[in-house]
Design a protein around this ligand. Structure first.
Ligand code: PLP
Length: 336
């Protein structure tokens, strides 16, 4: 397979149209057989449920080339399961989990020429998503849906070195108790756009959201979970309104089983953040982005950035992903 002639190292995080995507349509109560297509646009009714009432959810994951030249992706079964959970909460039909994984594998295989080489730091970002596609004007779920998977090459996250993030405690809320914060719904992002643009205008990289019921506990940022380090313990918020990050769940296991750390998944009061030495944001995009500073209305809490523990967590998980360190059973899906 001849790779595309791209300067992988200078790619950013933006959409690049690749050759193939997977599409399956749901109608009359059933998913069709699904197929790969080169059609990168979607045509639908102006009254489609997704356009009027935002009935849509998505997933995000990466494929990459390992040291020994295989193309793999990381724990796609967990993305399949999480998307099924999102669909159930949003009254969308579940795309069967085994078919989800198969669709991801097919999409990556068809776009193998777009998978960046080992060592470039770049990867192929995979975006599975689903939306209600038929015309709905009275408020109710759609009856027809489309499931798609596209892939787009993205550059190294830490381009030009690692700059620890400066984040602020947000005055906006992200998720209501018993709402949809725990599912990967587009609507959670639509309402976060105002807050993120405002944060950037004020000079912050991200918003850290508090629990909206009491505004006293740390939850997560707009698109990443949060972890803290205290001594030999990794501490991460436990809440029914945060999105269950696959990266965070993997880091928890790495901390316990590879690094011999203690792990606490519990409520983290805002008043405790000064007791931690390191802080990181975790998600597919960066694995862990070190936080250098949390600013709460002028009050600054400073962390070690890429401190020793965040560094070890990062090195171990990326080592597992790249095939340098043996992976737990089932973590690496080999594509070819
Ligand atoms: C997708 C997402 C994450 C990160 O999840 P990963 O599975 O680790 O990529 C964290 N928080 C929110 C709100 C998200 O949407």
């Amino acid at each position: 397979m001849e790779r595309k002639n791209i300067d992988w190292g200078s790619l950013g995080f933006g959409y690049v149209q690749t050759d193939y995507r997977y599409v399956s349509n749901y109608k009359d109560g059933a998913w069709d057989a699904g197929c790969l297509t080169d059609q990168a646009t979607v045509t639908m009714s102006e009254c489609a449920c997704v356009l009027q009432y935002a009935q849509t959810c998505f997933e995000g994951m990466k494929a990459y080339t390992t040291q020994d030249g295989r193309i793999v992706c990381f724990r796609p079964d967990l993305n399949a399961k999480r998307m099924a959970d999102s669909c159930r909460r949003l009254k969308m039909p579940v795309f069967p989990e085994d078919r989800f994984v198969e669709a991801v594998v097919e999409t990556v295989r068809a776009n193998a020429a777009w998978v960046p080489p080992f060592g470039s730091g770049a990867s192929l970002y995979i975006r599975p998503f689903m939306f209600g596609s038929d015309a709905i004007i009275g408020v109710k779920p759609a009856t027809e849906f489309q499931f798609r998977v596209f892939a787009t090459p993205v550059g190294p996250y830490f381009k030009g070195g690692i700059k620890p993030l400066t984040v602020r405690i947000s005055d906006f809320d992200r998720a209501a108790p018993r709402g949809t914060g725990h599912v990967k719904a587009g609507l959670n992002y639509a309402m976060s756009l105002y807050a993120i643009v405002d944060a950037h205008e004020q000079g912050y990289d991200e918003n850290v959201y508090l629990d909206s019921a009491t505004r006293t506990y740390i939850e997560e940022t707009g698109g990443a979970n949060i972890v803290f380090v205290k001594g030999n313990t990794l501490v991460t918020p436990k809440s029914s309104t945060i999105l269950p990050s696959i990266t965070r769940r993997s880091l928890v296991q790495v901390a316990k089983d590879y690094l011999g750390m203690e792990v606490e998944e519990r409520e983290i009061p805002l008043t405790e953040i000064g007791e931690f030495t390191e802080c990181g944001l975790c998600g597919t995009a960066a694995v862990i982005s070190p936080v250098g500073k949390i600013v709460d209305h002028g009050k600054e809490t400073v962390y070690a950035g890429f401190g020793p523990t965040i560094q070890k967590l990062y090195d171990t998980l990326t080592g597992i992903q790249m095939g340098r360190i043996p992976a737990p059973e089932g973590w690496i899906q080999v594509i070819e």
